[in-house]
Design a protein around this ligand. Structure first.
Ligand SMILES: [Zn+2]
Length: 205
């Protein structure tokens, strides 16, 4: 799928917030092989990624999208949001673009399982999703990790899982990094994955 098709798919998700990505001008090709496959992408500093993202500067007025081949190899993340821009791997689609743009708006990742891979098997209750999905009426067999899979901010799902695109109105209980950010171990609690935590217009510096 071409870039315009992926952006059209991302927009179908971002419309839940009234956001529309519009391509500014023609696609620009960066002639540097060192920027095709990135490594150590979750490190706090990464001079190669910074150099790539400094090749364009929208001064925060636009989202800078960098389409690369891989981020930490074939099993690495499909998207990466940094203040300077968003990198998208070749295996990604519109859902990854929307997910990374929503990080730029202030949302965080939510996970169905803890750091050891234990899924969140508790049943859905009104306390765990106070603002969303049915006002307290749920089928008795619905588990919290099943609802988390529906979220656009759900991260690190198995590739064979169908990743959801929901942008709920409020916080959702699940495994998340919390205030410590991406480098910290996961904690269980209300994750900022909904409209109520969108605090800014996306943009890259
Ligand atoms: Zn994420």
């Amino acid at each position: 799928m071409g870039i315009s098709g992926m952006i059209a798919d991302a927009n179908k998700i971002l419309w839940q917030r009234g956001l529309t990505l519009v391509q500014s001008g023609a696609v620009r090709y960066l002639d540097n092989d060192a920027w095709l496959n990135h490594t150590n992408v979750l490190a706090e500093t990464n001079a190669v990624i910074d150099a790539m993202m400094d090749s364009t500067n929208s001064m925060g007025n636009a989202v800078e999208l960098y389409f690369v081949r891989t981020l930490d190899g074939d099993n690495g993340p499909l998207g990466l949001r940094r203040p300077k821009g968003i990198a998208i791997a070749s295996e990604a689609g519109g859902r990854v673009i929307a997910h990374e743009v929503l990080h730029d708006c202030g949302l965080e990742d939510i996970y169905i399982a803890d750091d050891q891979g234990n899924p969140l098997l508790e049943q859905v209750s009104e306390q765990s999703i106070p603002a969303d999905w049915g006002g307290g009426y749920y089928n008795p067999w619905v588990l919290q990790h099943g609802l988390i899979k529906r979220l656009v901010m759900c991260s690190r799902l198995d590739p064979d899982e169908i990743a959801g695109t929901d942008l709920p109105s409020g916080n959702i209980r699940g495994w998340h990094h919390g205030a410590g950010g991406g480098g910290t171990s996961l904690i269980l609690g209300p994750a900022k994955v909904g409209q109520s935590s969108i605090v800014k217009t996306p943009g890259s510096h």
